[in-house]
Structure formats: C-alpha cells, structure tokens
Ligand binder design. Structure first.
Ligand SMILES: NCc1[nH]cc(CCC(=O)O)c1CC(=O)O
Length: 310
C-alpha cells in the first residue's frame, strides 16, 4: 500500500504558491513521498488595511499554524522574514532550506537605477525599513507607502503612477520575474529584513517521523545566518515593521566557517541611523546576534525605533 500524500498548507498568493510548490518538489524528489497543496485563506490576504495596522505580516503566519494545530495539514511553508521571533507552542521549525538572494531590488521605469531617478521621483514601498534606508541615501526622492502583491506593486510602475518600487529579489525570482529588476541594492546601502530570501518549513512537534523527513531539506549555513539575524531582531524587541535591517553572510574559511553579520537601525523618517557589524564562527550565530543588538542599543537604537513620523 502506498502512503497517503503529505498535505502542505499554503496561502493562495502567487508567491506563496511558488514557494510551497518549490518545497513540495524538494520533499518528493528527496523522499518519494507525494505532496498535495491545501489552500488556506488568511486575514492578511483579504484585508485592505495597511499591514502595519493589522499587526504586521504575523497575520499570514497564524492561519497556517492554526491549520497545523487543527491537524488539517501536515506541514506549512512561510517566508522566514514574516515569522514573529517568538517560538510557537507545539510547532517545530523542521527545515530552513538553502537561502535565495537576500537582497532588495528596484524595479523602476525605463530600466533606471536609483541614482538615475531625479530628485522628486516617486518611489513606493510599504516597508518602514526600506523607506528609512531610501531616505538615508539623501537623493531627494519622494517615498510613498504602498502595499499589495508583487503584481500590484510592479503595476504602479508600469502604469506610470510611480517611478519605482522596492521589493525582495527572492520574491521576484521565485515568480520568474527577476528580469524586471533594474537595480539590485548593495547591502552597504540597503540591508534586507532579517530572514529575507529564506523559507521556514514547520510541522507539529509531536510528529517525529515528519520532523525527521523534513530535516533533510535543512541547510545548516542558512539556519545559522537567519538565527543570527533573528536573534538580533528579538533582542531589539523590534516588530516586523520596525526599521531594522540585518544580513548575515556565511563564508567557508580554511579551518572554520565564518559568519559576518551587518545591521542597521534607523528612525522611520530616515534622518538618523546606527550601523554596526560583527563576525564569529558558525556556532556563535546566536551570540553575535545578541551582542550586536546590545551594541546597537548602547548606541541609541531604541530611541530611533521609538520615533514616529508626524
Ligand atoms: N513582506 C512580504 C514578503 N514576504 C516575503 C517576501 C519576499 C520573499 C522573501 O523575502 O523571502 C515578501 C515580498 C517583498 O518583501 O517584496
């Protein structure tokens, strides 16, 4: 008798379907187990309110976890950057697959890069982190809040409503739209969200056989990198909408694997920021995240995050 297909709970958005489909294929090719996608609708998908007003992207996560708890699905896939930093009860982070490009990108009119857009150009982003870092560049662009899926956001550029929008490269890439990118930001200018470009595969903690099966998808370098970034975020006690950027890169040294963590905390109006970095070995991920956060706080990070745009 063949085993029943594993049920993978997913949101219906094109990005979520692409991410879930990618993980489903990886599971099937590794284990021979069939995987079926089960669609789940979340409050975040149906609400037109600004994400920051409905409690951040955590709303996407909760509906999937509820379906896990209810036993309606066997496992779920999230964009790791959308996960709140707290550990959920009864759920295991079974795998963090190899990360895609973590950087942010610009999709602008006429193939232009950011510095080619004149002062006064209209740039859209719904992310306070991206808005603050764009303002810090001092190019005189007008930064406008937008939301919606990738199609909607890029659509504002195609229709001429905006001169450019900033998005995650990983999202565009997973949708097969990477060729629409007009500039990939150097993390020196634009640090991504902690966890950006990585996926999180979760299942019920009590399902030991499934925890073991999914562990085959895990990439230890990616797991360490996102642990460093997310520990930093947790210590800063910043919500997912706070202007905090962090990127941990992994480099194979001769003896040890090295981590290089960079972070920025800015105020939302992009007039002030603190930017620091740290290095450590692979097993020091949590430590360097914690210590770099402490250093940022010592240099005034909490005051910056507390300020509000008038
Ligand atoms: N905030 C929504 C969201 N969550 C994950 C991605 C992209 C994929 C990723 O970063 O892993 C996006 C879209 C974006 O930020 O452009």
């Amino acid at each position: 008798m063949t085993e029943a297909p594993l049920r993978l709970g997913t949101r219906r958005s094109a990005l979520a379907m692409a991410q879930s489909g990618h993980v489903a294929e990886a599971v099937t090719s590794r284990t021979g187990r069939a995987v079926e996608l089960v669609e789940i609708t979340t409050h975040g998908d149906v609400s037109r309110e600004q994400l920051t007003q409905i409690g951040g992207t955590g709303v996407f996560v909760n509906a999937l976890r509820d379906a896990l708890h209810a036993g309606e699905v066997d496992f779920v896939v999230h964009s790791l950057k959308d996960l709140p930093t707290g550990k959920p009860e009864g759920i295991t982070l079974a795998a963090v697959p190899p990360r895609h490009d973590p950087r942010d990108v610009l999709v602008a009119r006429d193939g232009l890069a950011l510095a080619e857009l004149p002062a006064g150009s209209r740039i859209g982003t719904g992310s306070p982190r991206r808005a603050a870092q764009l303002r810090l560049l001092g190019l005189g662009h007008e930064i406008l809040p937008i939301r919606g899926n990738v199609d909607t956001r890029v659509g504002y550029v195609r229709s001429g409503k905006l001169d450019g929008v900033v998005l995650a490269r990983a999202g565009l890439g997973r949708l097969g739209r990477a060729e629409e990118v007009t500039e990939t930001f150097d993390p020196l200018h634009m640090l991504p969200a902690p966890g950006q470009g990585a996926l999180a595969v979760e299942c019920a903690a009590h399902d030991a056989a499934l925890v073991e099966l999914l562990a085959g998808l895990d990439d230890s370098d990616t797991r360490a990198a996102v642990l460093a970034e997310r520990t930093l975020l947790a210590v800063l006690e910043a919500g997912c909408s706070a202007p905090v950027g962090a990127l941990c890169e992994v480099a194979e040294g001769e003896q040890v694997t090295e981590l290089y963590l960079r972070a920025v905390v800015a105020n939302v109006d992009g007039t002030d920021s603190v930017r620091l970095s740290a290095t450590g070995t692979l097993d020091e991920a949590e430590k360097i995240g914690r210590e770099l956060a402490a250093e940022l706080l010592a240099r005034g990070a909490s005051g910056l995050m507390g300020e509000r745009v008038p």
